[in-house]
Design a protein around this ligand. Structure first.
Ligand code: NAD
Ligand code: LMR
Length: 338
């Protein structure tokens, strides 16, 4: 069946002059899980991104409505909707960037790992589609637990013979966004002026803000360091509890996802000096995956930066993070290889 509700459909009267053929310069982006709590605001923000020429919205429910709605925005990107697994391949063919927020979110009392049983299978299926239809695309993986879903994706791509570690990125941008906000609050600065590297992974103790490397250079008391580290590590839980059963972070996540996707697209375009934190295949530690700063370019990840100098508090945090991360990575790999 053809893709549902799209801008092109309304151009039938003047096909010769119709702009909506994906002809405007820019990149083709698919969002998988586009009708969800993250997916909808993410779709809206990507429709506003001038680097996007074609935006494919895929989900197993509700994409006709979301697509019709978003497609009325008077911005450049052509929007097409795809519903159900029989339309997954059409959604993926030709994509430059695939963003995946598909999967269930936490409720109060749950850890991200409690989502593994459902989300692991969803991510595996979607990555099999990517292997087949757009094997060269950059993949931004948001679905939790990121510490395990990224290793799952890597194994799926390996099995298909298309794995390029430079193109698979677990999205940890929300940790950086939160860290910038909370640190700015303590310092009395505008959060836009603050840059906090957050390394490790994306769950509890694996989220390791490097407060000794904050820009602009500053120092924190022991009390401030402990407060900030704990708030950044528990930012997701803070939102889950405040939403009281109605899900986890969606709006700040959509903002963070767009910030990160935009960086990937600027890299693809060839912009210099595009650097963000992400959870990637890495040799920075003895673990096969780790989040650090990476430089993004025409091939995805062009360079992975080392951790830099850590203070004693951060070194202790790193050991704790690595212990937890090792188990989550292994769990993902064994799921995908069993
Ligand atoms: P949600 O339930 O509101 O939306 C998820 C969407 O995924 C739904 O529309 C659902 O229909 C869709 N979906 C389910 N199975 C699918 C499949 N096989 N193919 C395509 N779509 C499918 O959840 P949400 O709040 O948008 O969160 C989504 C995921 O993102 C969760 O796993 C959550 O934990 C994670 N998350 C990650 C971060 C991060 O920082 N990486 C931040 C927030 C949330
Ligand atoms: C977050 O950090 O907000 C997400 O990982 C969602 C969650 O479950 O906390």
């Amino acid at each position: 069946p053809p893709a549902i509700s799209q801008v092109e459909g309304s151009c039938g009267l003047r096909t010769g002059n119709c702009r909506a053929k994906g002809g405007s310069p820019g990149f083709k982006v698919a969002i998988l899980g586009a009708a969800g709590g993250i997916g909808q605001p993410l779709a809206m923000l990507m429709k506003m991104n001038p680097l996007v020429s074609v935006l494919h919205l895929y989900d197993v429910v509700n994409t006709p409505g979301v697509t019709a709605d978003i497609s009325h925005m008077d911005t450049g990107a052509v929007v097409r909707g795809f519903l159900g697994k029989e339309q997954l391949e059409d959604a993926l063919i030709g994509m430059d960037l695939v963003i995946i927020p598909a999967g269930v979110p936490r409720k109060p009392g749950m850890t991200r790992d409690d989502l593994f049983n459902i989300n692991a299978g969803i991510v595996k299926t979607l990555c099999e589609g990517i292997s087949k239809c757009c094997p060269k695309a950059i993949v931004n993986l948001i679905s939790n637990p990121v510490n395990s879903t990224v290793p799952i994706a890597a194994e799926v791509f390996k099995k298909a013979g298309i794995y390029d570690p430079r193109k698979l990125l677990g999205v940890t941008m929300l940790d950086v966004v939160r860290a910038n906000t909370f640190v700015a609050e303590v310092l009395g600065l505008d959060p836009r002026e603050v840059d906090v590297p957050v390394v490790g992974g994306h769950a509890g103790a694996t989220i390791l803000p490097l407060l000794s490397q904050v820009k602009p250079p500053c120092s924190f008391t022991v009390e401030e360091t402990e407060h900030l580290t704990s708030r950044i590590q528990n930012g997701g839980t803070e939102v889950v509890e405040a939403k009281a059963g109605a899900g986890s972070a969606t709006l700040s996540m959509a903002y963070a996802a767009v910030k990160f996707a935009d960086a990937c697209l600027r890299g693809l375009r060839g912009d210099a000096g595009v650097v963000e934190c992400a959870f990637v295949s890495s040799q920075v530690t003895e673990l096969p995956f780790f989040a650090t700063r990476v430089r993004l370019g025409r091939n995805g990840i062009e360079e992975i930066y080392p951790l830099g100098p850590l203070n004693e508090y951060e070194r202790a945090g790193l050991e704790k993070a690595k212990k937890e991360l090792a188990g989550s990575i292994e769990k993902g790999i064994s799921f995908a290889t069993k």
